[in-house]
Design a protein around this ligand. Structure first.
Ligand SMILES: NC(=O)c1ccc[n+]([C@@H]2O[C@H](COP(=O)([O-])OP(=O)(O)OC[C@H]3O[C@@H](n4cnc5c(N)ncnc54)[C@H](O)[C@@H]3O)[C@@H](O)[C@H]2O)c1
Ligand SMILES: [Zn+2]
Length: 1606
């Protein structure tokens, strides 16, 4: 029991609606009791709280209450009662049900009007209990005791109370003011961090709209505030209760919370019923709610609001109300408190999983707001930090909101804009980072006041500023809303800061500061005796040893705290920098030189700086530093041999210093002038600039035909009339590499009237291959999408100019590779391309120019439109992506090894295409280096010499710094493993986290293939001997192995194309799993949707391939019992690796579900030798290398082995199993709990198998299972062996092992089939029978009943599917409402009308405009009653089309599709093709107007091209889908099928089966997809969406075909 000290707490009171009823303080329990007894005297007090809070805070309140009356016990007055009621936590409790329960409780306890209710908890408790109080006995007094930050600053204040209904949140409620609001900040100590952060969103919001000072408090107080709340152990009991005991953090916390509380109280007092002012509190919420509507419950309210705030601030910025600096500040504060700021935030994406916040869906949600006006919505507009544009929310046009919310931007051509381009623009562009950082150092060290204008706002400059502040170097203040920084220099007086200096990943800041620190004279007056400079983990790996060496040699006392030559460093003051002679190696970085130069005037003696090293790097930057020092009054003498002499002096600050523009940024607006024939002046860069890119206008634009005038500080460009730019036959851009992309897009539209070649060649830009992406390849790829011919040169790019009118905007948009420069340069090109160009992933510009889109629109006069291509928009880009490893593992290089002839080139190239990497054949590459063929080299120099050379080569290629370290698929020569040193090198590569895949193929095939290929006479020895020698070497050196399974094709050496297609499909699946993150093994555990895997028992899987499809029907995974395998001529008990690998490959070929790799030993009920632990683990590790989705391991083995296995699991999941073979761990004992814990430690999945001694063992198991439920994090498989244990197999709900009648034998006694389990669950009442229907007319001939009823029967499901013919959907209303209704198929004429009954319509159904599938979803899994269900309208028509076409497409992305017909089905076809990623889609319909209006409807989602006649010979589709009736009289012109030799034709009518279209296409060698296939396929999807089980496809298909006589 915790009693409070006698001393009264210090509290603050805030007035609301005329009385001081809000009380804030720390540790207020006793105060609260005393206070309520006086303000709300009642006969009964009821505290209502939730189960999380009750144990924490209820006892103290009860104790204090009892103590009060114990004191006065002899009083004659009857003491009041105290009742408590505890409900489950969470939003689910804000319901009518819980409200009813509380009311029943109050009534049962004879509570009357003389009752006071206390709401102790978060917003859920406050809203719910407030509403109970509002209506109980027509209203009783209540008190708010908020326990979450959100409740303290928001929900407890204002009197809004409410509950949720299935129709939406807060729909029923009342305004009911609490008597008191007690805000006890000590409660925050127990609040989970994420809830605290969630509440901070509202605190930040309030400061942002109301008071800049409060905002500054939040900006500066991040660490103390977080610490005051989140460091659980630091506080003493009752700390903060009185002023005397309050920590600095607590004071600050109180201050910021108080600020929020005051604003809310003020607003409520002046606008209690929410008419205008209160709407301001909605900042961030208009968009926040739209996000929440989709993202709840995964993303919390405050998190959605944080993203909403940024988006709403960006709207204000776009409209010119708010400047970019303010948006940056908001962004920074939100991030600092741990809030997300974008839907692309990694954590938000993780939380969202498959959900996607599509802009259309968000706009749809925002539509519902009552406060909208026409196509305008109300959004709060900030005009500065702490200010809003109006005293209420402002009406904002929909297209502005859409533009800001959209991930993609459509740039419209200026030529088609009603206003035309802005003819004469003057603007400044973002400041240069290098100059900003130098200016900061110089002005801080100088004397006098300097106004820095045009400073770049970036992380780098921010860290620099913070560091200089900590060092006390100068005074800083902002003017003009943050546009100008006023620096009052400290003249070089520096101190040792009390805390360490942190510079994140800011390289420039860290280097410049290193020397600055040596200027600190003493540590006097500081808590530390040395200055510590540190950075983030990446920064700590970037060497600075040359700089440190030079400074140390000059006497500076610098110590590297972790690794010599790296951050963090500690600099001990020794009276300042000594000066005199300093030698510095300058071949690594010019920043070292600049660092010393800038500090040199402050050394005790004048400095003579000698630069040593082979080559002085980046001289222009050294010149820049010197020039800037001179403008701050320093004198630098340049002596011969890279020597500089710097006299002692103090910088004299100029009154104003204009930071020059970043020269690369300036190229974009100038290029727009050039391409659009307008004039643009950039006012902050000119001829005096030392930045290389500043010469762009003169050296590139002028020769291209522009008029260029430059002053020292400004540049003006006027372009020739549109279309008259001239090509540059050869331009060296080595001094301005970053500007080459700007030049490249201009080069695309040049013309050359003299008839000379119209080609621009840019060289000297090889370094651009290793920037954000391989920029040269990316430009070639993206330009090609416009129809522009471009190619890579060894050190550059070559571009053929073309007529602007012939440029074609790519339908799928420009891929930007997360590279700001690609986005900006293609924006330039897009200003003249007709129809509008989509620039994908628009936010990538934020790196250097956050307001690029605003400026493009409002300053340069280019019209923009927002668009959202959906979650898959980036999936089809393959070339040019080569981001550094840090930006995503799937971009890491993959090394491929294997025998010559195994298919390394074919499969390697395929892998590269599939993963978006570049393929390199290392042998070819090596030949390039040797300048001869390997064959000749060996003939001349011999094998030893060759192997040595090869070894050197491989070491350099695999080095972390090699250009091949990311973004490549590297195929090694077959002999790479011959030398021990190479093998060693490969192993190291794997150990360092690299991926090496061994490709294998049946050796007989390889041998036949090699015998045939006479161009490769390399092997002097027998190939089989070579293979035998190398096989184990390959396996030692790889961490993955892919077995290419090629069905034995007799003696044909050639592998048929179709066979390769299958191998490619298998390889794609393998890569998806081991390389990318497309995991198919995160099956979740849900009691109402049990999952199963079927256990195979074949000694050779070949025996069962025919039945595999049937055996795996409905299963969620398939188990390969490796211990049961037996190779044909196997010696000994363990099958060879090659055999097992092939078995797996065969299994993969015939089924796409996840594979469980299990090796069960004899003593655990299997067949593997019991005493062969290391052999067993070796096999298991191969399970991982083969990319098995699950690997099962017994926890009885030694922990060392298991730990090792777990460490290398990659994306595989470990099933940690316990089999109680010796009957030693009964379910009701403590030993089984130990096993559970052990399995939990090793496994991703826990599997416990008991042995049923009697039927009762099953009951004990269920008690065990239920007991785990509350705390269980990992999925649990728990069952009993033997037939006695069958019940437990029925009740187990996660990956229950099953058998199948078609299997030769069961894997374990007692195993049931899936159908048996379903039947048993039905009998037990766990699987109620549902009825499904087809709604429509006429439907009597439908095969859907056959389809679904066959499926139900095969899987033992008790459901039934019937026809319900009706002319109006209203007749089906009773059916839809029936509790036994399981779902429906919907066909004409109801596909639209049925929507009104739906609670949700999927994006697909919405875009297609039709629902063909009704899915019933139970709102809560625990609740099996039919009342809480939701109806979801979906569309599977498009899935049918998409998934029947998909297998024929392969990886070729250059598809063009034609859809014929403009009815309902064609809508599904169009959407299917769009989802397949087909970039160009044509639509033909006999009545052209119908097609045009359909195209219009889809316009917002994707573009479709109208085809007027099928005879149009220019159109050469690769896919044709017809949706018109089979009895049409269309003549399919031959030209339609002449574009490719293997196109795909799909005809949706299915009688006759072979339609005229299919026949015509087939005669041209095309693949065909029959209508019946599509219809059956869409039915499978329906079945799966209803039952959660994979449909038994084979049996269903044959029944359906039989039924309709095909
Ligand atoms: N009435 C209004 O004006 C208003 C305003 C904003 C939000 N709301 C409502 O507030 C609700 C959200 O409130 P919330 O964010 O406080 O969520 P909440 O009430 O669900 O609390 C969050 C979680 O924290 C736990 N918790 C609360 N205090 C704790 C403490 N001190 N220590 C440990 N755990 C603690 C709770 O048990 C719960 O699990 C929503 O229903 C929302 O609609 C109402
Ligand atoms: Zn809110």
């Amino acid at each position: 029991m915790s009693t409070n000290p006698p001393k009264a707490p210090d509290v603050v009171k805030v007035s609301i609606l005329g009385s001081d009823s809000i009380v804030l303080g720390f540790h207020l329990s006793d105060y609260i009791i005393t206070d309520i007894l006086t303000v709300a005297p009642s006969s009964t007090y009821v505290i209502i709280t939730d189960t999380n809070i009750a144990p924490l805070y209820l006892p103290a309140l009860i104790d204090h209450f009892n103590a009060r009356f114990a004191e006065n016990s002899d009083n004659n007055v009857k003491p009041p009662r105290l009742l408590t009621y505890v409900i489950p936590p969470g939003e689910v409790s804000k319901s009518r049900e819980t409200k009813g329960q509380i009311e029943d409780y109050l009534l049962a306890n004879t509570c009357t009007r003389d009752t006071c209710i206390l709401a102790l908890g978060g917003g859920v408790i406050g809203d719910l209990v407030g509403f109970v109080a509002a209506t109980f006995m027509r209203g009783v007094p209540f008190v708010q005791i908020p326990s979450t930050l959100l409740a303290m600053v928001d929900s407890s204040i204002g009197g809004k109370t409410a509950i949720d209904t299935p129709h939406g949140k807060n729909l029923i409620g009342a305004f009911w003011q609490p008597k008191r609001i007690f805000i006890d900040l000590a409660f925050l100590q127990t609040l989970p961090e994420r809830e605290f952060v969630n509440g901070m969103a509202e605190v930040i919001k309030t400061a942002a709209i109301w008071n800049v000072n409060d905002f500054v408090l939040l900006e500066n107080g991040v660490d103390s505030i977080r610490e005051a709340v989140l460091t659980k152990s630091a506080t003493k009991p009752h700390q903060g209760r009185t002023l005397a005991t309050r920590t600095v953090g607590q004071l600050l916390l109180l201050e910021v919370i108080l600020a929020s509380v005051r604003v809310k109280a003020h607003v409520v007092t002046h606008d209690e019923r929410e008419t205008g002012l209160r709407g301001l509190l909605n900042f961030g919420h208009s968009i926040g709610h739209a996000i929440e509507g989709i993202a709840t419950p995964q993303v919390l309210h405050g998190e959605c609001v944080a993203i909403g705030m940024i988006k709403e601030a960006e709207i204000a910025r776009n409209l010119g109300y708010l400047n970019g600096v303010a948006v940056g500040r908001l962004l920074k504060v939100l991030q600092a408190y741990g809030l997300p700021v974008s839907l692309d935030d990694k954590r938000v994406k993780q939380l969202l999983g498959d959900k996607y916040c599509h802009v259309d869906a968000m706009m749809e949600i925002m539509k519902i707001d009552k406060k909208n006006r026409g196509d305008k919505k109300r959004v709060v507009m900030l005009s500065a930090i702490g200010k809003t544009l109006e005293e209420r929310a402002t009406f904002i046009a929909d297209d502005v909101i859409r533009k800001i919310l959209s991930p993609e931007m459509v740039v419209l051509p200026v030529t088609e804009s009603p206003k035309g381009p802005t003819r004469n623009v003057t603007m400044s562009t973002p400041g240069s980072k290098s100059i900003s950082n130098r200016a900061l150092v110089l002005a801080a060290l100088g004397t006098g006041t300097c106004r820095l204008k045009g400073l770049l706002h970036s992380d780098d400059t921010q860290y620099m500023l913070e560091a200089l502040q900590k060092l006390g170097a100068a005074q800083f203040a902002w003017e003009d809303n943050g546009e100008t920084l006023v620096v009052t220099g400290g003249g070089g007086n520096l101190r040792v800061p009390d805390t360490e200096i942190y510079v994140g990943n800011a390289g420039t800041a860290s280097r410049f500061l290193t020397t600055v620190l040596t200027l600190v004279p003493t540590a006097e007056g500081s808590k530390r005796n040395a200055t510590v400079l540190t950075g983030n983990a990446r920064m700590q790996q970037r060497p600075i040893d040359d700089l440190l060496t030079a400074l140390k040699a000059n006497g500076a006392q610098i110590k590297s705290l972790n690794n010599e030559g790296f951050l963090p460093i500690a600099v001990t003051p020794i009276g300042g920098l000594k000066g005199g002679e300093i030698n510095l190696s300058a071949s690594i970085s010019s920043q070292y030189v600049s660092s010393i130069l800038m500090c040199a005037p402050y050394a005790q003696e004048s400095v003579t700086l000698h630069l040593t090293g082979d080559e002085i790097i980046s001289l222009p930057y050294i010149d820049l530093t010197i020039a800037m020092m001179e403008s701050f009054g320093a004198t630098i003498e340049r002596l011969p041999q890279n020597t500089y002499r710097i006299a002692r002096s103090t910088y004299k600050n100029p009154d104003v210093y204009f930071v020059e523009s970043d020269a690369s940024s300036a190229t974009y607006p100038l290029a727009i002038a050039a391409i659009t024939g307008t004039t643009c002046t950039i006012s902050n860069i000119g001829a005096s600039s030392l930045q290389g890119d500043a010469a762009f206008a003169v050296n590139v634009l002028r020769p291209m035909g522009c008029t260029v005038t430059q002053t020292a500080t400004s540049t003006t460009v006027t372009g020739p009339p549109i279309g008259q730019l001239r090509p540059l036959p050869l331009v060296d851009m080595e001094k301005m590499t970053d500007a080459f992309m700007t030049a490249a897009v201009l080069a695309a539209v040049t013309s050359n009237p003299d008839g000379n070649e119209n080609i621009t060649r840019i060289t000297g830009i090889a370094n651009q291959r290793v920037k954000e992406c391989n920029r040269i390849a990316a430009m070639v790829h993206e330009l090609a999408k416009f129809g522009v011919t471009a190619s890579e040169l060894p050190k550059g790019i070559q571009i053929h100019g073309m007529a602007i009118q012939s440029l074609k905007a790519p339908a799928q948009g420009v891929h930007t590779y997360d590279d700001h420069r690609i986005a900006m340069s293609f924006s330039v090109l897009s200003t003249v391309v007709t129809n509008g160009t989509i620039i994908k992933d628009k936010k990538c510009v934020e790196k250097t120019w956050p307001t690029w889109w605003d400026d493009l629109e409002h300053r340069l006069g280019v019209q923009l439109r927002g668009i959202d291509l959906g979650p898959l928009h980036g999936d089809h880009e393959v070339i040019g992506d080569s981001k550094p490893a840090a930006s995503g593992d799937s971009n890491a290089t993959i090394v491929v090894i294997g025998m010559r002839g195994a298919g390394k080139t074919t499969m390697g190239q395929f892998a590269a295409r599939a993963l978006g990497l570049r393929f390199i054949d290392l042998d070819a590459h090596l030949e390039g280096e040797l300048k001869t063929t390997i064959f000749d080299f060996i003939n001349t120099w011999g094998w030893d010499r060759f192997r040595a050379r090869e070894s050197e080569f491989i070491t350099s290629v695999l080095a972390p710094s090699s250009p091949f370290a990311t973004g490549h698929v590297l195929a090694c020569g077959g002999g790479i493993v011959e030398t021990p040193s190479n093998r060693q090198r490969l192993k190291q590569y794997v150990q360092a986290g690299g991926k090496i895949i061994h490709l294998v193929r049946d050796f007989d095939h390889v041998e036949r293939y090699l015998n045939k290929d006479k161009t490769r006479p390399m092997y002097g020895e027998d190939m089989r001997l070579v293979w035998n020698r190398r096989e184990s070497w390959y396996r030692q050196c790889c961490n993955f192995e892919f077995v290419a399974y090629v069905e034995s094709s007799g003696l044909d050496e050639e592998i048929a194309i179709d066979q390769w297609k299958l191998v490619e499909r298998d390889l794609k699946r393998f890569l998806d799993f081991v390389v990318t993150e497309k995991k198919i093994n995160d099956i979740s555990q849900t009691a109402s949707k049990p999952t199963t895997f079927v256990a195979l028992t074949y000694p050779d899987i070949r025996a069962g391939v025919k039945e595999l499809e049937a055996i795996t029907e409905g299963a969620d995974a398939v188990e390969l019992r490796v211990d049961l395998l037996k190779a044909p001529e196997q010696e000994g008990p363990i099958p060879p690796l090659a055999y097992i690998g092939e078995q797996l490959a065969i299994l993969r070929r015939y089924t796409s579900i996840p594979i469980v790799f299990t090796v069960r030993s004899k003593d655990q009920g299997g067949a593997f030798p019991a005493n062969a632990e290391s052999e067993l683990f070796d096999l298991l590790s191969w399970g991982e290398k083969w990319g098995c989705e699950y690997v099962d391991v017994e926890i009885a083995w030694s922990s060392k082995m298991i730990t090792e296995l777990v460490a290398h699991k990659g994306n595989s999941k470990i099933i940690a199993s316990w089999h109680d073979v010796r009957v030693e761990t009964p379910w009701n004992g403590s030993l089984i709990v130990d096993k559970y814990k052990l399995a939990e430690r090793y496994g991703d999945i826990i599997k416990l198998i008991g042995s049923a001694q009697s039927f009762e063992s099953n009951l004990a198991l269920e008690i065990f299972r239920t007991a785990r439920k509350t705390s269980q994090i990992k999925p649990l498989i728990a069952m009993n062996m033997g037939s006695q244990g069958q019940l437990s197999r029925v009740l187990n709900d996660f990956l229950t092992p099953t058998t199948h009648p078609a299997l030769p034998n069961k894997a374990a006694p007692g195993q049931l089939s899936l159908a048996e389990i379903h039947m048993a669950r039905h009998l037990l009442g766990l699987l109620p029978a549902k009825t499904f229907y087809l709604f429509g007319t006429p439907i009597q001939h439908s095969f859907s009943p056959t389809l679904h009823n066959t499926g139900f029967k095969m899987l033992g499901l008790p459901h039934h599917y019937s026809l319900f013919q009706c002319s109006a959907i209203e007749y089906a209303e009773d059916i839809i409402r029936d509790p036994d209704f399981g779902g429906a198929s919907v066909t004409i004429p109801h596909k639209v009308a049925v929507m009104k009954y739906m609670d949700e319509i999927t994006v697909a159904a919405r875009i297609i405009g039709a629902v063909n599938t009704v899915i019933v979803e139970n709102a809560s899994e625990a609740d099996r009653s039919s009342t809480k269900r939701r109806l979801i309208g979906d569309n599977t028509d498009y899935l049918g089309i998409m998934n029947t076409i998909k297998p024929h497409i392969g990886t070729d992305v250059h598809q063009e599709a034609l859809v014929v017909g403009a009815g309902g089905t064609s809508r599904a076809a169009l959407y299917a093709l769009h989802m397949l990623g087909v970039p160009t889609i044509y639509l033909y319909n006999r009545t052209t107007s119908k097609a045009s209006s359909l195209i219009k409807e889809f316009e917002a989602h994707f573009s479709i091209t109208l085809l007027e006649t099928l005879e149009d010979a220019k159109v050469k589709p690769t896919i044709v889908v017809s949706t018109i009736p089979a009895d049409n009289d269309i003549k399919w012109p031959e030209s339609l099928f002449s574009g490719v030799s293997s196109g795909i034709a799909c005809d949706l009518p299915y009688l006759p089966r072979r339609t005229s279209l299919l026949k015509a296409a087939e005669s041209k060698g095309w693949k065909t997809v029959e209508g019946i296939q599509v219809l059956i396929e869409q039915g499978f999807w329906q079945f799966e969406k209803w039952t959660g089980k994979r449909a038994p496809k084979g049996k269903i298909s044959s029944e359906v075909l039989a039924k309709i006589g095909l």
